[in-house]
Design a protein around this ligand. Structure first.
Ligand SMILES: Cc1cc2nc3c(=O)[nH]c(=O)nc-3n(C[C@H](O)[C@H](O)[C@H](O)COP(=O)(O)OP(=O)(O)OC[C@H]3O[C@@H](n4cnc5c(N)ncnc54)[C@H](O)[C@@H]3O)c2cc1C
Length: 372
């Protein structure tokens, strides 16, 4: 069976690797594999820290993917020979003031009700765990199971694993070919068509723009801009991921720190702004004063693939042979392993994983405009 994957961010790369591992002939097309939002992401694997009211099914999917991560990254490292930056570090959510602390109390009760592993900490207990925190911190929640990966290392390892597993990586934009109502393959800019029995579209926020996509299969995915900073230093100012209500800091093993992020509805704009840098640094310094001493190494903006319910679209569409794997919004790095499992099972004709049905791409069909 021939499979083509359009888009080589962490989602498309993980799918291509898993599909090739099960013996399928896989082509992956992307002008810049490992680019897109995956290149900008912070890499938090934080189903607990990122849990939101009203998103129970997404929480379950996130936990399922989080459970896969240690084995996924071990296997990836042994196939690719490259590290992924996976680190079991935990997350500490902290409150700057009494209002934040009241919000954290609600967040704590919600997580306990969902059966998540969290611990409520006093100011003193937060400072004992992370002495670099501002003494004014009022309290916190420890999510000891929330970890991190370095998305740039992860994407590079996935690309190497794809190439070693026989995926034909074509560095080109691709369009979809449809013939007699079913997918026929992809056409790449280098000029030749590649026939395929199944095509997986994993083009992140650019998915609706993929040429050749039939109107009924265009998903309601939009770009949601996020600006993020990379700071450099000899030693990280914290051991764990630190989250306030408006900002997070992800300390890497090499001493650098990622500070994120804005959430902006600005279409495909990726300009970095002075206001975002100012706001992120101000909020970060209120939590960890020593970040002001670090070098500002990079400012970047990425486009999260957002959906109306903040959950991804994974699965078959109404067009035979066409599979969607997009709309992973703020959790695409976390959700890469489970997305690859769901799509690989679909391609192999194995039964769908339990829970996958909630993310079927056709759940938004009723949002389509009613014909006049
Ligand atoms: C600031 C920020 C912080 C984030 N932090 C986290 C985090 O901590 N944890 C987490 O889990 N997630 C995080 N995310 C979200 C995460 O980055 C995304 O959900 C994830 O990267 C989506 O991956 P993707 O492969 O679907 O899309 P992308 O990474 O955007 O990749 C899409 C790819 O498709 C390619 N493409 C587009 N059109 C075509 C075409 N016609 N032909 C061929 N290729 C095409 C592009 O070149 C691109 O490489 C963050 C995002 C941002 C912006």
């Amino acid at each position: 069976m021939n499979v083509a994957v359009i888009g080589g961010g962490v989602i498309g790369l993980a799918i291509a690797w898993r599909a090739a591992q099960q013996g399928l002939r896989v082509t992956l097309a992307d002008p810049a594999p490992g680019g897109g939002a995956s290149r900008v992401a912070a890499g938090m694997l934080a189903p607990v820290g990122e849990a939101h009211f009203g998103e129970s099914e997404l929480l379950q999917l996130s936990l399922d993917s989080w459970r896969l991560y240690p084995r996924f990254t071990d296997e990836l490292q042994s196939v690719s020979g490259r590290p992924s930056g996976y680190r079991e570090c935990g997350t500490l959510l902290v409150a700057r003031d009494a209002d934040d602390n009241a919000s954290l109390a609600r967040e704590y009760r919600f997580r306990v009700a969902e059966g998540l592993r969290v611990e409520r900490l006093s100011s003193r207990e937060c400072l004992a765990l992370e002495p670099g925190l501002a003494p004014s911190i009022r309290g916190g929640i420890l999510a000891a199971g929330d970890h991190q990966v370095d998305p740039r290392l992860l994407a590079a390892a996935l690309l190497a694993a794809c190439e070693r597993s026989g995926v034909d990586v074509v560095r080109s934009r691709a369009s979809l070919l449809v013939s007699a109502g079913r997918v026929a393959g992809v056409s790449t800019e280098e000029g030749h068509d590649r026939p395929a029995d199944a095509v997986v579209i994993a083009a992140g926020c650019w998915t609706p723009l993929v040429t050749g996509l039939p109107a009924e299969a265009v998903p309601p995915v939009r770009p949601v801009k996020g600006q993020i900073l990379r700071l450099g230093g000899a030693a990280p100012p914290a051991q764990r991921v630190i989250r306030g209500l408006d900002v997070y800091l992800v300390p890497r093993a090499d001493g650098s720190v990622v500070v994120g992020s804005t959430v902006e509805e600005r279409g495909f704009d990726t300009a970095v702004t002075a206001g975002a840098v100012y706001g992120l640094l101000r909020d970060a310094r209120e939590l960890l004063p020593d970040v002001a001493e670090l070098e500002l190494v990079e400012v970047a903006a990425g486009l999260r693939p957002g959906t109306p319910d903040n959950a991804p679209l994974i699965g078959a569409t109404s067009v035979p042979g066409l599979i969607m794997a997009t709309g992973h919004y703020r959790n695409g790095v976390l959700l890469a392993p489970i997305t690859a499992e769901i799509v690989a099972a679909l391609l192999a004709g194995r039964p769908a994983l339990p829970g996958a049905v909630a993310f079927a791409p056709d759940r938004f069909a009723k949002l389509a405009p009613v014909p006049a």
